[in-house]
Design a protein around this ligand. Structure first.
Ligand SMILES: Nc1ncnc2c1ncn2[C@@H]1O[C@H](COP(=O)(O)OP(=O)(O)OP(=O)(O)O)[C@@H](O)[C@H]1O
Length: 257
C-alpha cells in the first residue's frame, strides 16, 4: 500500500550539527503514528521538514505517491497535509466560531482550497461546515466565546479544528498536549481517537502516556537518527529506547501504561 506520508534520506544540519541525519519514515494510511525521542533528538526538525516549513539539505518527502520535497507548506496543504504547531497564534479579537470561519472561507466548505468562498456573504454550507468542525473538536458549546476566554485545552482543540478545515488526508500535530492538564489531555486524546480513519495522524509528543494510548506506530528518534520504528509494544520492549531516554534506568520508570 502506498504510504500516506513518507520520507527517505532526510538530512538537515545547523552549522556543524546534524540535527536530522538520514531519516527514513513511512506513515501508513489511517495510522496514528507518533514521533518521539529525548530532548534535542530532532523531532521538531523532522516535523518542519515534512510539513515544508523548512527545506532539507538532502532527501525526499512524499505525500501519498507525490514528491512534495520542493513544495511550500501552502502547496502541501492544498494536497492534503495539514498541521497544528507547538505555538500557534490565534486572533485575540475573534470568537472560536469566527476563527474557524476564517479557515473554512480560506479553504472552502469542502476543504482542500478548491473553492474560495466570497467574504463576507453568508453561505449555508459554510455555516454548516463551521458548526460541524466546532462539534468535531468538542467546542460547539463555546462557539461564541472570544479566543482569550478559552482555556488552554480549548485553544488546542480550536487549532485542531483549523487544521481539519482543509479536509486533510494527513494531519500533523506538534506536541498537541503540551501544557495541558490531565483532563484536557484526555479530551484531546478522545478527539484524535474519534477522527475518521481516512485521516492519517502523525504527531510529535513528549507525553508518553498519550503516545501509547493513541499511537499504533511509534518512531523513536535519537541524535537525529531513527533509533527504532515499530508497534508501541516493540518500542516499550526496546532496551535501546530505554537507554536513549534514561541511560540505564528501569523500563517501568519510563512507561507507566
Ligand atoms: N534553527 C536552529 N538553529 C540551530 N540549531 C537548531 C535549530 N533548530 C534545532 N536546532 C538543534 O537541532 C537539534 C534538534 O532539535 P529539535 O528541536 O529538532 O529536537 P526535538 O527532538 O524536537 O527537541 P525537543 O524535544 O527538546 O523539542 C537540537 O540540538 C537543537 O538545538
Amino acid at each position: 500500500m502506498t504510504p500516506a506520508l513518507s520520507c527517505h534520506g532526510l538530512r538537515r544540519s545547523f552549522g556543524a550539527l546534524r540535527a536530522v541525519d538520514d531519516v527514513d519514515l513511512t506513515v501508513e494510511p489511517g495510522s496514528r503514528h507518533a514521533l518521539i525521542g529525548p530532548n534535542g533528538a530532532g523531532k521538531s526538525t523532522v516535523f518542519r521538514l515534512l510539513s515544508g516549513r523548512m527545506r532539507p539539505d538532502a532527501g525526499t518527502v512524499r505525500l501519498a505517491d507525490r514528491d512534495v520535497t520542493r513544495l511550500s507548506e501552502v502547496a502541501r496543504c492544498r494536497l492534503g497535509m495539514s498541521q497544528t504547531l507547538q505555538h500557534a497564534s490565534l486572533f485575540a479579537s475573534l470568537t472560536a466560531a469566527e476563527t474557524v470561519a476564517l479557515a473554512v472561507r480560506r479553504h472552502g466548505p469542502a476543504g482542500g482550497g478548491a473553492r474560495i468562498a466570497p467574504w463576507p456573504r453568508r453561505q449555508p454550507d459554510v455555516d454548516a461546515r463551521i458548526a460541524e468542525l466546532l462539534a468535531d473538536v468538542g467546542l460547539a458549546d463555546v462557539a461564541a466565546r472570544p479566543v482569550p476566554a478559552l482555556s488552554h485545552g480549548e485553544r488546542k482543540q480550536l487549532e485542531v479544528a483549523l487544521a481539519l478545515a482543509c479536509a486533510p488526508t494527513v494531519l500533523m500535530l506538534d506536541e498537541p498536549a503540551a501544557g495541558m492538564s490531565p483532563a484536557e489531555s484526555a479530551r484531546l486524546l478522545a478527539l484524535l481517537d474519534d477522527l475518521p480513519r481516512d485521516v492519517t495522524v502523525l504527531f510529535v509528543e513528549h507525553d508518553l502516556d498519550l503516545v501509547f494510548d493513541l499511537a499504533d506506530r511509534v518512531t523513536v528518534l535519537h541524535l537525529g537518527r531513527v533509533l527504532h520504528s515499530g508497534t508501541p509494544d516493540e518500542v516499550r520492549a526496546s532496551d535501546a529506547v530505554r537507554e536513549a531516554y534514561l541511560g540505564t534506568a528501569r523500563r517501568e520508570e519510563l512507561f507507566t501504561s
